[in-house]
Unconditional design. Structure first.
Length: 128
């Protein structure tokens, strides 16, 4: 398997989601990433910021991974993003994580966030 960023970068460029306007905060480490994201997200939303978060894994439903102001996005938003990615990527193969990451970025781009939190797990460390 190719662990380079070429495939995801190529598709992201076609989707025009490379240059981000919002502040992106990456939360990484061994323990407490999800709690840290939830804590910071709550504080910022309470102070009027429009905040997105992309975390994994989900507990009950996939939508938990992509939140806007602490609320999971809808099935429709996820399906639209997946459809758009599928049309753009053509024959470019993507991993599950790459597809999910692109979907979150595409959804967040349409919302015009002020801040975006990423929870980076150890298994996703190759993305750095």
């Amino acid at each position: 398997m190719d662990f380079s960023l070429h495939r995801i970068k190529d598709v992201a460029e076609k989707l025009k989601i490379i240059n981000r306007e919002e502040v992106i905060i990456t939360v990484a480490g061994t323990n407490g990433k999800g709690s840290t994201v939830a804590f910071l997200e709550s504080i910022l939303v309470e102070h009027g910021y429009k905040v997105g978060s992309y975390t994994s894994p989900h507990v009950i439903k996939y939508n938990e991974r992509i939140k806007i102001n602490k609320e999971p996005v809808t099935d429709e938003e996820i399906c639209q993003a997946f459809d758009e990615i599928d049309k753009i990527r053509k024959d470019t193969s993507l991993t599950y994580f790459e597809f999910a990451t692109l979907a979150s970025l595409l959804i967040f781009k349409k919302i015009k966030l002020m801040l975006l939190f990423w929870k980076l797990a150890l298994e996703e460390g190759w993305m750095r």
